[in-house]
Design a protein around this ligand. Structure first.
Ligand SMILES: Nc1ncnc2c1ncn2[C@@H]1O[C@H](COP(=O)(O)OP(=O)(O)O)[C@@H](O)[C@H]1O
Ligand SMILES: [Mg+2]
Length: 367
């Protein structure tokens, strides 16, 4: 089912949790909503499910206005991070639950439900667990059962809210591949919420990056990684070092910075900020340069250096330990910074002070 969302807003009291969401999801697509905690991912998912209602905006599925439909009429499969399976029911009864509680007219017979459950048990590779109770399952097995329960009703849209969030990294990776296989085989339209970049990028056809109730960028892994659309996305994608630079004819310059590897940018002359990942910064010993090594530590494979400018500004550099001529990068050593890759944005205006005056409140709400 194709999903079209436009102008969706939602407030809880004074908090604007969704600020004008525009999103289209194609039939059969798997889209990941990626963003930090509190960015509004769950709220958006709940609105699609019919468990929350927006203040304004539209939500349609295959052209049908879903805001006119109650949750039970939308035929959504929903899996949460901590999905409570019914503890007193065996796996097969948990999976069949959604079918067995349908109104009598729409309810399949006992044999039909059993056949459907068997089919899902095999499809999801959990047939050997059919007669166990939830307490006899591992976390990963429980999430497979939870997905089975969501799929049993043949949902029109599958919504997954951090379904693997509570599991170990290795199990999550396994489940991710398994889920991608399940998605491809069912052809369902799926929205998957996560705050884990690797999970989003490995799993999804497209990634929707959310920050503070807004969609910041929609795209494929490489584009979001290499060309973040905003300072927010740059930071969220690991470009945690911000260096003030000056632009002249599309070229960035900064004291003690070697920026020759950066492509020319179509940005106006003047002050700008360069966002860089620590692993894209190479300190090079240079007696004439203004940066000094402030500290160094090792993670085994990598050397992490903190460098400091005369004005006190600090940057973190992360280099493979084997590649480093260690003595030349001892604390106190002067270095210039070669920037291998980074993204430039015009200097942001200073963020407003976090003091709420009646005037700024009025400006906020009139936007
Ligand atoms: N029922 C609610 N009442 C009040 N505030 C809420 C409610 N649900 C969520 N929020 C707030 O909305 C914001 C977004 O929450 P949520 O959608 O859960 O974000 P995410 O899933 O990205 O972590 C948070 O600031 C959260 O505290
Ligand atoms: Mg959430």
């Amino acid at each position: 089912m194709s999903i079209t969302i436009s102008g969706l807003t939602k407030r809880f009291g004074q908090t604007e949790v969704l600020r004008g969401i525009e999103l289209g999801v194609d039939r059969g697509e798997l889209v990941a909503l990626l963003g930090p905690s509190g960015s509004g991912k769950t709220t958006l998912l709940k609105i699609i499910a019919g468990l929350e209602w927006p203040d304004a905006g539209r939500l349609s599925v295959e052209g049908e206005d879903w805001l006119q439909l109650a949750a039970q009429d939308r035929r959504i499969g929903f899996v949460f991070q901590h999905y409570a399976l019914f503890p007193h029911m065996r796996v097969r009864d948990n999976i069949g639950f959604g079918l067995s509680v349908r109104p009598r007219a729409a309810r399949p017979g006992k044999a039909a439900i059993a056949a459907k459950v068997d089919e899902l048990l095999h499809f999801l590779q959990i047939a050997h667990l059919a007669n166990r109770y939830p307490t006899q399952l591992s976390g990963g097995q429980r999430q497979r059962v939870a997905l089975g329960r969501a799929l049993a009703i043949e949902p029109r849209v599958l919504l997954l809210d951090e379904p693997f969030g509570a599991l170990d990294a290795a199990i999550r990776r396994d489940l991710r591949r398994w889920l991608r296989g399940v998605h491809d085989a069912t052809g369902s339209t799926t929205i998957f919420v996560t705050h884990d970049q690797e999970e989003a990028f490995e799993l999804a056809d497209r990634v929707v990056v959310m920050g503070a109730g807004r969609i910041e960028q929609i795209g494929h892994a490489d584009a979001i990684h290499d060309h973040p659309a905003s300072p927010f996305v740059a930071r969220f994608m690991g470009a945690t070092v911000e260096l003030p630079v000056t632009l002249h004819a599309g070229r960035a310059e900064g004291a003690g910075l070697d920026l020759s590897a950066l492509p020319r940018r179509a940005l106006p002359d003047g002050a700008a900020n360069l966002f860089v990942r620590p692993q894209d910064i190479t300190p090079i010993p240079d007696a004439a340069a203004p940066w000094r090594i402030a500290s160094r530590s090792s993670t085994g494979a990598h050397l992490r250096l903190v460098v400091r400018a005369p004005d006190g500004a600090e940057a973190e550099a992360d280099l493979p330990r084997r590649a480093v001529n260690a003595e030349a990068l001892d604390p106190g050593a002067p270095v210039r910074l070669r920037i291998e890759a980074g993204t430039i944005f015009p200097a942001e205006r200073r963020a407003a002070l976090p003091v709420v005056t009646p005037i700024s409140l009025k400006l906020e709400s009139s936007r």
